[in-house]
Structures are given as structure tokens and as C-alpha cells.
Design a binder for this molecule. Structure first.
Ligand SMILES: [Zn+2]
Ligand SMILES: [Zn+2]
Length: 622
């Protein structure tokens, strides 16, 4: 109180208190409460506004850094033109998706993306529908991150769009159930280009032209331009789409050295993580296809003979007591990949091993051939370690670029037939002498997976990423306003929450626990279907979540969940109960959780202020 204008009121209150306490005391209480609430909520509102603007500024700062890094190396790079091209690509891909025809987008999508769409199309066709997206509108496009590996620049763009999704019967054109909820959605699209490639003013892959000679693209079997024979998806001439991630599956990455990779690159300078991960993506989708067909053929050329022998046994129909085939066989279908994460390379003789973690989800299907497989409502969310082998000393084919499903010898597409050799040139493809092949798929919780990761960690001390090399790669170690720690994706945090809540209750979840989880899922833009798959997996003890390493990291993760909630407004009662329930698992009292929330609020606010300040500084310099 106090101050000129209020002094009359203050005297009045004092007079009431002294001479008429029966009126004065309640009045003071009422005014006091009123003052407290208006004051704190106005302050809270202002802080909230600033935090929101600050979060936008953090994204804008990250965007500015990525663009500056690209322009430094490629002076012709125009962000407006790039965004326009991304929009063209987005519309073309959505159109191809709805028409179940990849031909128009084939020139600019990687083999991994191609395999994924192809499999999803066969699933849709078997179930008798195609997708239709009405009223598709792109609301914004923004560069989210630029990373540079040894060979490729990877530009990740956030696309905010709106549409109404429908499933249309292929037979009679009527609506079918199962479409996504209508409304806004955000995706992160990652494009690769060879480092050193330069922007030209000519049309390129996305527009359907050869970026080398300008001719309209007619792809031959080897993915070359039929006019000039340039290998089109090498990333040497133009951007290639390698990954599409949902908002909840994405997180920014900070440069960190992976064990074994620098050592491998001494002998194989063209080895690149993005390339490796596209290859794993092809393996994942081929495994899904093998599961669906009940045949090992799709894996023949990308997995070792040992793995194929082992895995083909799992594809047999379950046998009855008389030895006769006895169905139905079950498998995971309608799969989605949440993300790939390379852990590193174990150098060895005679084979090197690359370890890549795959986060995925799916629904159980029942197959009783020759009938179409039938989907159940039973879901799964899991993490597996893909172990790839390659003969030590083999080098990456530098000119081959991102051609994960093409023969390294002749460039022909790797077909689905039962042979382990290229159909065109006869080169045996699955022995590791020509490139990386799949040796094992292990659940992350499997002892063998843990042994391999341990071996990887023991192998060499990780090479610290020095500021000098980061500068050369055009990356900034710590974007302003974002702590330089590894932030788990929202979906990983939710899985952890699901695990925490379900492990605490033996008799299944009650309504209020469900509400708590739904509140967090909604906050992170995770669909109720995805949450359902997680709950199914958790109930069967199969939800292989990442867990914090210790109480300190648990507190950090809990803090991230709080930040996600705070970024969307304020923490609800349900969310707070969830935080407390998770906290209990790590011996955090309600008081500790309350203090953590307060700290999180403050640091979010401070980061936002700092980012805004940085933004202003940048603006004043230009
Ligand atoms: Zn050409
Ligand atoms: Zn070949």
C-alpha cells in the first residue's frame, strides 16, 4: 500500500481498525486478500506473457543460427526460397500419400521414407481404404535445427499445418472409421544435403527436375537422371527428405561425439550417421513387411544369413500338437517409428558393429492366410537395439550417398525376392563386405543389448567435442536460453510417467490416474491412441522405457515435464498430482516437488528473458 492516492484509504482503514475494530478487521482481511490475488495474478500473467514470447524467441534464435550457419557455407542459400520449396514438398508428399502413389515424390525422398510409405500403402490397401486430407493448410514453416555430420548437412524444419483426415473406402468411396482427429498438427521434416553443395536458382528434385542438367526427371532403375546420369538422391545436388517426425517425438540435438565413430572415420571418412540411420529405417520397415507377409524375403539382402535363418523360424505359423500348421500367427502392424538414435560403433575384427536404437509403436494383428490380417485393439510401444555389422576396413561408397536400399555395386534397387544377391549384378549383399547389414534385433532391456552398450562405453573414452570443430561444422554448442543437456522427447517423458504410475498400482489404473496421464499426453500433443498403446505395453511389462539414471536425473526429467506443462500455460491439479506421484518413486516429498516446480518456473522465465534480450541485440546489430 502507501503512496499518494492510497493514503486516504489507508487512514480510513486505520481509523476503522482503532475505533471500530468489528468493521475494521474484516475490511482489512478482505482488502488484503483482494490485493494479494490481483497483485500475484497480474504479476503471474505478465510473467506468463513474457515466458510465451521468450519461448518463441528461443525458436527464432535457433532458426537464425541455423540459417546463418548455412549461409556461411552456401552464400546463395535463400531461406524464403527454401521454405517455399519445403511447402511444395509437403503438399506433394501429402498428395502422394492420399493417392497411394509415390512416383511424383520419389526423386526427393530417401529409401527409408520410401520403404515406410510403401509398406503403409500395402497395409491400407489390404484393409481397403486410402487416406484423404481435406482443407490442408500450412500455417508456418520454421527451421528448427541444422546439424552437420561428416558428409551431410541435415536441416530440420518444423511445419505447422491443419487438416481434416478421412479414411475413404477403396471399394465404394464411403468414409471408414479410424481417421485421426481433425485440427492443427506439427511435424519435423529433416532434409539432407552433402556438405559443400551449393544452392542454384534452377528447379530441383522437389520440383521434378534434375538439379544437375535441368531435364524433367525420369528415374532409371539406378536412381539416375536418364539424361545426364547424375545420381539424383546422392544429396550432392539437392536436398533429400530423410525423416518425418511427429512433434511429440522430436527434440533438438546438441553436438556430442559418439564412441567409436571418429576412429572409424579415420579409415572411412565418408561414414555418416544420417546415412546409417536411413539404412536402419529401411531394415525396420523391411522387418515389418516380413512380419506381415510371413516371409523372410524382404530381409534377405539387408540382414545376415544367420539372422534370416533365426528370424524365419519366428515367421512360421504356430504348430499344433500334430505338427500341422495351426494359426493364427500374430505380429505387430500399423507401426510408427518414433525415432532412431545411434549409440556408436564397436571397432572389431573381423567385423565392426554399429548400434542404433529404434523407438517404435504398433498394434497386434492376427494372420491366418490366405485371409487378410485382422487388426486387434492391443497395442505396443517398445525400444529395440539394431545391431549392424560390416567387415572391418570396408569403406562407405562416397558417390552412393543416401541409397540405403540400392545395390552398392550396380546401383539397382534391392528387391524383395528370396536371394541374398543383387538381381542385376549378382553381388552378394548380406555378408557385410559391401556395407552395413543387420545382425541382430534386441530389446533394449535384453542382457545382450546391455552387454553391447557396455562394451561400447568401455571401448574408448568419448572424444570431447571441441568448440573449434563445432565452429567448423557451423554449429553452436549451446543455443541461447536452452540448457546444454540432453532433453528426453515428450513421448519418452510420457512413457516414463506411465511406467511410474502403473508400477505403483498392482490393480490397474483408476480413473484419476488415467486423467493425470491424459492431461500430460494432451499437453505434449500425444494422441490418445499412442497413450493407449503405451498403457497396453506397460500392463504386460513390455514398455521398455528409458529411466533416469539416478535421483538427480529423475528430478531433471520431472523438471522437463513441468516445463512442458508451464510452456502451455500453467500446471493443472491433475498434473501436479502426477508430478507428486512420480516424485514419490524417487523419494521426493510434496514440498520438494513444489520447490522444483517453482525453480522450473523461474528458470523458464529467466531463459525467456535472456532469449528476448539476445533477439533484441541481434536485431539492433543488423
Ligand atoms: Zn540430369
Ligand atoms: Zn547390383
Amino acid at each position: 500500500g502507501g503512496g499518494g492516492n492510497n493514503s486516504g484509504l489507508v487512514y480510513l482503514i486505520i481509523w476503522l481498525l482503532v475505533d471500530h475494530p468489528a468493521i475494521g478487521i474484516p475490511t482489512v482481511i478482505v482488502i488484503g486478500i483482494g490485493y494479494y490475488f490481483t497483485h500475484t495474478s497480474v504479476k503471474g500473467y505478465v510473467r506468463g506473457q513474457r515466458t510465451q514470447r521468450g519461448l518463441v524467441a528461443i525458436d527464432a534464435n535457433r532458426e537464425a543460427e541455423a540459417i546463418a550457419a548455412l549461409q556461411q557455407r552456401d552464400t546463395e542459400f535463400s531461406v524464403d526460397r527454401f521454405y517455399a520449396r519445403v511447402q511444395t514438398a509437403f503438399v506433394k508428399v501429402q498428395d502422394a500419400w492420399c493417392k497411394q502413389n509415390l512416383t511424383p515424390v520419389r526423386p526427393f525422398v530417401s529409401d527409408g521414407v520410401h520403404e515406410r510409405f510403401s509398406l503403409q500403402f500395402s497395409e491400407q490397401k489390404e484393409e481397403g481404404y486410402h487416406d484423404q486430407m481435406d482443407d490442408l493448410a500450412i500455417n508456418s514453416v520454421q527451421m528448427a535445427q541444422l546439424t552437420s555430420e561428416s558428409v551431410f548437412d541435415a536441416a530440420t524444419v518444423r511445419i505447422d499445418a491443419t487438416s481434416t483426415d478421412r479414411h475413404i473406402s477403396l471399394a465404394d468411396g464411403h468414409d471408414m472409421p479410424g481417421a485421426d482427429a481433425p485440427g492443427p498438427f506439427a511435424e519435423y521434416w529433416t532434409f539432407l544435403r552433402r556438405r559443400g553443395a551449393k544452392t542454384t536458382d534452377k528447379d530441383g528434385l522437389i520440383e521434378g527436375n534434375c538439379p544437375n542438367c535441368g531435364a524433367a526427371i525420369e528415374l532409371n532403375a539406378g536412381a539416375q537422371c536418364s539424361s545426364c546420369h547424375a545420381l539424383l538422391r546422392s544429396g550432392q545436388y539437392d536436398w533429400v527428405l530423410v525423416e518425418i517426425s511427429q512433434e511429440s517425438e522430436w527434440r533438438p540435438e546438441y553436438p556430442h561425439a559418439l564412441p567409436g565413430v571418429a576412429e572409424l572415420q579415420l579409415n572411412d571418412p565418408d561414414f555418416d550417421i544420417a546415412d546409417l540411420e536411413d539404412r536402419v529405417s529401411v531394415m525396420f520397415w523391411r522387418k515389418c513387411r516380413a512380419d506381415r507377409l510371413g516371409k523372410i524375403d524382404p530381409l534377405r539382402k539387408v540382414a545376415t544369413a544367420n539372422f534370416c535363418d533365426f528370424y524365419s523360424k519366428l515367421l512360421l505359423p504356430t504348430s499344433g500338437p500334430d505338427g500341422a500348421p495351426h494359426g493364427p500367427r500374430s505380429f505387430w502392424g500399423d507401426c510408427a517409428v518414433g525415432g532412431l538414435e545411434t549409440h556408436g560403433v564397436i571397432r572389431g575384427e573381423p567385423m565392426d558393429r554399429a548400434l542404433v536404437e529404434v523407438r517404435w509403436s504398433g498394434l497386434m494383428f492376427q494372420a491366418s492366410p490366405p485371409k487378410t490380417p485382422v487388426r486387434s485393439t492391443y497395442g505396443n510401444v517398445a525400444r529395440h537395439l539394431y545391431v549392424l555389422v560390416r567387415t572391418a576396413g570396408v569403406k562407405t561408397n562416397a558417390g552412393g550417398g543416401i541409397s540405403s536400399a540400392h545395390c552398392p555395386n550396380c546401383g539397382a534397387p534391392i528387391s524383395d525376392d528370396s536371394s541374398d544377391a543383387c538381381r542385376f549384378c549378382g553381388t552378394v549383399l548380406n555378408d557385410g563386405t559391401r556395407g552395413w547389414v543387420l545382425e541382430q534385433i534386441l530389446p533394449m532391456t535384453d542382457a545382450k543389448a546391455r552387454d553391447l552398450l557396455m562394451k561400447l562405453a568401455m571401448q574408448t573414452p568419448p572424444v570431447p567435442a571441441t568448440p573449434a570443430t563445432l565452429g567448423a561444422a557451423g554449429m553452436v554448442a549451446t543455443p541461447v536460453g536452452v540448457p546444454a543437456k540432453v532433453i528426453p522427447e515428450p513421448v519418452t517423458l510420457l512413457a516414463w510417467a506411465v511406467q511410474s504410475v502403473t508400477s505403483g498400482s498392482s490393480s490397474g489404473l483408476d480413473a484419476s490416474e488415467m486423467q493425470m496421464l491424459q492431461a500430460v499426453a494432451q499437453r505434449c500433443n500425444i494422441s490418445s491412441e499412442q497413450l493407449r498403446r503405451m498403457l497396453d505395453a506397460a500392463q504386460n511389462g513390455r514398455l521398455a522405457t528409458r529411466e533416469p539414471m539416478d535421483a538427480q536425473q529423475a528430478e531433471q526429467w520431472l523438471g522437463e515435464m513441468m516445463t512442458a506443462a508451464l510452456a502451455g500455460g500453467d500446471v493443472t491439479g491433475e498434473e501436479l498430482r502426477l508430478f507428486n506421484s512420480i516424485g514419490t518413486r524417487y523419494r521426493l516429498s510434496a514440498y520438494d516437488v513444489g520447490m522444483l516446480l517453482k525453480r522450473q518456473k523461474n528458470s523458464l522465465y529467466n531463459n525467456a528473458v535472456e532469449a528476448l534480450r539476445y533477439r533484441k541485440l541481434q536485431a539492433s546489430q543488423t
